[in-house]
Design a protein around this ligand. Structure first.
Ligand code: EPS
Length: 366
């Protein structure tokens, strides 16, 4: 059984839901570790006031007994606490009684850069809310919960994954980033940025050159580009490699008593779509968030007349949140690739297959 995550949930609906299939049985999960990642995702500087009204909590409805996985689908739920303000507006069934709370009025002012315009045209909606609710980055909360679960599986074979914000609006370092966010907030604008995820202890041989679908670099690009606001992904030196000579670009192969190793890691730990035993390094570029307090030009869907885009509560920047989300995405994909390689219905089988493999190859984790 391959490891797969399916999700459902709207930003202001009752909850986000995730079903993770293909986890081996007997994996011990730590509720605090999942909660810690959910909290990290909400902490970044520049987030919307919504982060103060909600503290995400994960509930596990199936697949876990006394803290250990059963080898059955793991059902995760992250309730949207803000839903209490949207019970009429986001009611699943035709709402009863007088319209009350948020979401009563149809949204007809699409924001450049959001799903709004393409979404209503594609699905035939007349309320932009029907598109924006699912397109919202709120969705990433349940991805982070599932990512924390897969980090536990990777931990069993000594793999650790960590994400960080490298730059926000072109500024680097904590002070620079805060300054840039404060300035953008003052000008009622938004910022994007750059995040980096590093995975250590990944053995050679995850992913495959055999088909495009199996290539680990393609899979990391897929999962990151599939995340809200991400417009670019690079592995290792990525775009910079395009300007180098072959003699400057590749990582020479060295051998010592511990096995094969490299002195440089311009490939970011992946060659020909296969992990090569070095640290995996992947970066994602995030565009500035599209909900602006000083709106861009748009057109009213109801009248066709020129209008300013929708203004609603939003973040100034969510790059630090994306770093946590990207970490979860990379963990999910690495865990999926590890599960393909090592299999195992019980977590002990998975670890035993890893150990036998590492015993066979001239490589050791550093
Ligand atoms: C988002 C808009 C904001 C963000 C939200 C993503 O939500 P709201 O409009 O309810 O204030 O806060 O992110 C989250 C709620 C979250 O948990 O990350 C958007 O339009 O993508």
């Amino acid at each position: 059984m391959t490891l797969e995550l399916s999700t459902a949930g709207e930003s202001h609906g009752p909850a986000l839901v995730g079903i993770l299939t293909g986890l081996p049985a007997g994996l011990r999960l730590d509720r605090d570790a999942i909660q810690a990642d959910l909290a990290r995702r909400q902490e970044g500087y520049g987030r919307s006031p919504r982060q103060q009204i909600e503290t995400d909590q994960v509930e596990v409805l199936a697949g876990l007994r006394h803290g250990r996985t059963l080898g059955t689908p793991l059902a995760l739920v992250v309730p949207n606490r803000d839903h209490k303000n949207w019970t009429w507006g986001m009611s699943s069934w035709a709402p009863e009684g007088e319209a009350t709370g948020k979401g009563k009025e149809a949204v007809t002012l699409p924001r450049p850069g959001h799903a709004d315009l393409a979404g209503v045209m594609k699905y035939g909606h007349d309320d932009v809310r029907n598109a924006l609710e699912r397109a919202s980055a709120r969705h990433t909360a349940v991805i982070v919960a599932a990512g924390a679960v897969t980090k536990a599986l990777l931990h069993e074979i000594g793999v650790t994954v960590s994400g960080s914000a490298v730059a926000v609006g072109g500024a680097e370092g904590d002070d620079g980033i805060r300054e840039a966010i404060d300035a953008a907030r003052g000008e009622r604008d938004t910022l994007g940025g750059l995040v980096e995820v590093r995975a250590q202890g990944v053995p050679p041989g995850l992913g495959s050159y055999a088909t495009k679908e199996e290539r680990l670099d393609a899979r990391l690009a897929w999962t990151l580009l599939g995340t809200q606001a991400v417009k670019g992904v690079e592995i290792g030196e990525g775009f910079a490699l395009a300007g180098l000579r072959g003699s400057e670009a590749h990582d020479e192969i060295l051998r010592d008593e511990a096995g094969y190793r490299r002195e440089t890691n311009r490939a970011g730990g992946i060659e020909a779509g296969v992990s090569n035993g070095e640290e995996i390094v992947v970066r994602a570029a995030m565009k500035p968030l599209p909900t602006l307090m000083r709106p861009l030009r748009s057109a009213d869907l109801a009248t066709g007349e020129p209008a300013e885009a929708l203004v609603e509560r939003s973040d100034v920047a969510a790059v630090e949140a994306l770093a946590v989300v990207a970490e979860a995405c990379v963990a999910l994909e690495l865990a999926r690739a590890a599960k393909e390689k090592f299999g195992g219905d019980a977590v002990g089988d998975f670890v035993a297959a890893y150990s036998a493999y590492v015993e066979r190859i001239p490589w050791s984790p550093r």
